[in-house]
Design a protein around this ligand. Structure first.
Ligand SMILES: *Cc1c(COP(=O)(O)O)cnc(C)c1O
Length: 519
């Protein structure tokens, strides 16, 4: 059976080829097939009957609704069950390991949640008088202090709301600094292994993006970088450790070359988890770096909550960072638009001050670990990744020689001639109960599989993950292609039409359009 969106509703089609028996209901044991809210409840079938008002005037001034609102008519238990059933189809960091490389999917300690829910943090409003939110301002002040200390950078902007937003903040400050010295430059250099947000950010800021190739050690080709550096280059954006999970060991030479050409050095700090407490980016010559609080500092990720991407800045960029900033005044902490007279901020990046809930969670994480604990985080994250690298090196093909930092990168050479692709392999991992690793990224290796276990997984979990991966690799090599092409056979839905979903996304349910889309 197909529902109105054209999705199969019965397990017979949803899991064709799987061993599940057809059921009358379409449910699979206690896992229910779940239609959309609108498919569950017809508009108008409401749980409440209100008497029709005889005649009453309203104060909507002609703006009252003239048509039925069209909400699905559902009782409270029906609505609650709908969302509970949906949540059971989801995979989450609270259910199992989330080995997505470049994402640092670590455990969010429940202490963070307890702190973030304190009414003095959760129930405040950004327009409240400063005297009534001194505690919240103190959280921002102390968080900023920790970020500056951990990175060895003198200035911080807390307001960016994600890593990509932090990149935008960094490049806007760089542009403001260059314009202030009357030196409009037009090019931003980005390594070819960079996360897609780097070139996207540079392009959004109006820069021409030029790609710098990697050398055969998976690091930036310094010679190629030197060739591109010239008077038109505004900035070089580097990720360190990079997206191959490798430390850019020529970073000091890179910084000198960038500064020597009059450009500024941006670092994508998404992989800070590998070096937090061990290396201070400020000592490496970096001018601006965003930090994803939702990666390194454990605040919830993706669908779990908003991100937060504070940016730290060097002396050279400090006058140009966005406003407002927290300062200490005679009557306590204040948010000000100008700290020093010479400041030439590019303005505001967001309407208010950023993600308060994320600040509280990140600071709770920092304070509960302490400086020594944060260093252990980096050490254990790198150890876990190398444990996975070593455990899989015989059956899979590591892309580069030697140890890795916080994530292990493999390519698809081990699948050569098997008929199984990286995508098939990832789908088979779902049947084994694992969220797949990052696939086909970074683009510098063929059929990439990027695995980041983080420090918060136990050895037992890593052993089970490694054993499952090894068994899948052996199955692929032994010619069991069918199992991979069929996968996932045990998931609520199987392979989705990702191309159509991306090209023609149907994001809103409308009675007629949805029926049309289903055809
Ligand atoms: C996650 C990530 C980003 C983007 O961060 P968001 O918080 O998702 O916007 C940028 N670069 C790298 C290397 C990343 O891993």
């Amino acid at each position: 059976m197909m529902n109105r969106q054209g999705r199969p509703t019965a397990p017979g089609e949803a899991t064709a080829g799987a061993t599940t028996a057809m059921t009358f209901t379409g449910h699979r044991g206690l896992e229910h097939e779940e239609p959309l809210l609108f498919e569950l409840g017809d508009p108008g079938r409401s749980g409440v009957d209100l008497p029709v008002m005889a005649s009453a005037s309203n104060r909507l001034g002609g703006l009252e609704r003239t048509q039925a609102i069209g909400l699905a008519g559902l009782s409270e238990p029906e609505a609650v069950r709908h969302f509970t059933r949906l949540s059971r189809k989801n995979y989450a960091i609270d259910m199992g390991i989330f080995p997505l490389g470049s994402c640092t999917m670590k455990h969010n300690p429940r202490l963070n949640e307890k702190m973030a829910r304190l009414p003095g943090f959760a129930d405040i409003h950004p327009l409240q008088p400063e005297s009534t939110v001194q505690g919240a301002l103190q959280v921002m002040d102390v968080l900023g202090h920790w970020l500056r200390t951990l990175t060895g950078m003198p200035a911080v902007a807390l307001s960016p709301k994600a890593g990509a937003h932090g990149e935008l903040c960094g490049l806007m400050a760089i542009r403001a600094a260059l314009e202030a010295r009357g030196d409009a430059r037009s090019v931003v250099l980005v390594p070819e292994s960079a996360h897609g947000t780097n070139p996207a950010t540079a392009a959004l800021c109006g820069y021409q993006v030029k790609s710098i190739p990697a050398n055969d050690r998976g690091r930036v080709d310094l010679g190629a970088l030197r060739e591109e550096l010239g008077p038109d280059v505004a900035a070089f954006m580097l990720t360190n450790p990079n997206t191959c999970g490798l430390f850019e060991d020529a970073i000091l030479e890179i910084a000198d070359a960038v500064h020597g050409a009059g450009a500024l050095f941006y670092c994508d700090g998404a992989n800070f988890n590998a070096i937090v407490g061990k290396v201070r980016p400020g000592d490496l010559g970096i001018d601006a770096m965003h930090i994803n609080l939702h990666k390194t500092f454990s605040t919830p990720h993706g669908g779990g909550g908003p991100g937060s991407g504070p940016v730290v800045f060097s002396e050279a960029l400090a006058p140009y960072i966005p406003v407002p900033n927290v300062v200490h005044g005679p009557d306590g902490l204040r948010l000000v638009e100008q700290v020093n007279e010479t400041d030439a901020s590019f303005g505001r990046l967001t309407a208010f001050h950023g993600q308060m809930g994320m600040y509280v969670r990140a600071l709770a994480y920092m304070l509960s670990h302490g400086a020594d604990g944060l260093r252990r985080v980096a050490e254990d994250a790198v150890l876990a990744a190398n444990y996975v690298l070593a455990g899989l090196s015989e059956e899979l093909t590591p892309s580069f020689e030697g140890p890795c930092m916080h994530e292990a990168l493999f390519d698809d050479r081990f699948l050569k001639g098997t008929g199984v692709t990286t995508l098939d392999f990832a789908k088979a991992m779902i049947d084994e109960g694992f969220h797949p690793m990052t696939m086909y990224f970074p683009l510098v290796v063929q059929g990439a599989m990027l695995i980041e276990p983080t420090e918060s997984e136990s050895k037992r979990t890593l052993d089970e993950f490694i054993a499952a991966m090894v068994s899948l690799a052996r199955a692929a090599k032994s010619g069991d292609v069918e199992r991979f092409k069929r996968a996932p056979a045990l998931a609520p839905v199987r392979r989705l039409d990702e191309t159509t979903a991306a090209r023609r996304p149907v994001l809103r349910w409308l009675p007629e359009e949805s029926e049309e889309a289903a055809r």
